[in-house]
Design a protein around this ligand. Sequence first.
Ligand code: HXC
Length: 519
Amino acid sequence: MADKTINELCETLIEKRKKAALGGGAEAIAKQHEKGKMTARERINELLDPNSFMEIDEFVEHRCTNFGLDKTRFLGDGVVTGSGTINGRLVYVFSEDFTVMGGSLGEMHAKKICKIQDLALMNGSPCIGIKDSGGARIQEAVNALSGYGNIFFRNVKASGIIPQISIIAGPCAGGAVYSPALTDFVFMVDKIGIMHITGPAVIKAVTGEEVTSEQIGGAKAHNSVSGCAHFFAKDEAECYAQVRKVLAYLPSNNMEEAPFVDTSDDPSRMDITLREAVPTDANKGYDVRDVINKIVDNGEFCEVQEFWACNIVTGFARIGGRAIGIIANQSRVMAGCLDINASDKASRHIRICDVFNIPIVTFEDVPGYLPGINQEMGGIIRHGAKLLYAYSEATVPKITIVLRKAYGGSYIGMCNKELGADVLFAWPQAQIAVMGAEGAANVIFRKEIAASEDPADTRNKKIEEYKEAFANPYNAASNGYVDKVILPEETRPALYQALMMTESKSEIRPKRKHGVMPS
Ligand code: HXC
């Protein structure tokens, strides 16, 4: 038989590629679209810069023969993998293909993902996983479980070195959820993204509780109740745009700086309306995001975990084109008290900023820790300790701005000088004290108030006395605990200068394997 011509050989390759590109076939693709879901390749194209994707391993097939699986083979084995660019920067991506055996994960599928994880880590570039899978491929038994183990191991190995992002755009169930949980940011798409350990049927059988998948595993549930997701998107297009936006604040790896972006917003710009942004009456609430928006470049604030633990606000922004991470007490939710969830949320964000060399800016207006049996018995001691730990551990520039209240332990918890704030600013209405004036007067002047002829009047006088002494930033400033008291409108230029003066900060700590973070 004559050798095939090069054109015939090329034609074979082209046909094979076409077949691979169809995943589970036209019918399965139509079903995927009927469910309101993009295909694995459509997702990658939406996420990456146009024409930047190079697929690898498109001809990989499983090698399982159990339960007749040898007769069901698909090129690519249910996951599309490769690299491309986002905003011109290299990223690695894998996208599970539900059209192939429900995107289920077997030995070879997992090997493809691991190859991408390894390449991402070796090349110091972000790794993005799009999840849409029925979980461990049942026919492949322990080989599938081994695949998950290999993925988890790599998630942990890469943690703190490259950004790892998970997008939940379909089912993600059982132990499979632990790969997203080990990554830095989990994005969920409303209606189609589902993440749970055990589904409604198992829950009903074991505990008798009746619940829907959406209630325990949907994008709303994980973004607003469990805190397992960080971003909520109404549809896939919005989700991929969010991922692109977040990556723009992050360096490609822990050895690099976050990219500089020319925002054309003058760092010395002052906004006089900041004087009205925080009421001087310590009992009045306000939205701290209004304060942040007036200060950061072009009012662009990228909020992380917007719908969970809303008493604290976390996110990214820029000052003078440089990325910053923000932690801010949210006065209008629970008066900005710290509780279990707020401590978890903030400490995680601090650690993410620290590993990726992003300076941390803290806006502080905190009355204290939330009182209550639930909080005490839920472990506010160990959760609250995470905040102290994360701030103390972080070696990136740390700048704190006391907007108003900074009381007691929470004053320390929101990064005072002792926890390593390199620069601590305070606004004129700042009150840095052990507690609010009313509580303080009740304790220290209790006997005097009780013994007086007019206890109510004496009490008011004592409150005023205490306010005069401590409900201001000057007592702390006189002791060097506040570096500078600033006018509200000076915040943006002051922050820019503080970032400049700490730009080359370098802090060397004693050598250790790793600390033991409270958990
Ligand atoms: C093999 C699977 C599969 C799986 C789905 N399929 N999940 N094949 N292993 N885990 C196949 C289906 O048989 C079907 O094949 C095709 O994928 C599409 O699935 P459908 O059920 O038709 O789709 P849908 O109705 O949308 O339902 C999706 C689903 C459901 C909710 C994900 O398929 C499902 O419940 N699957 C099983 C989930 C599960 O229990 N997985 C194991 C989790 S435990 P055909 O040929 O009919 O098209 C786990 C452990 C991980 O993952 C441990 C890590 C440490």
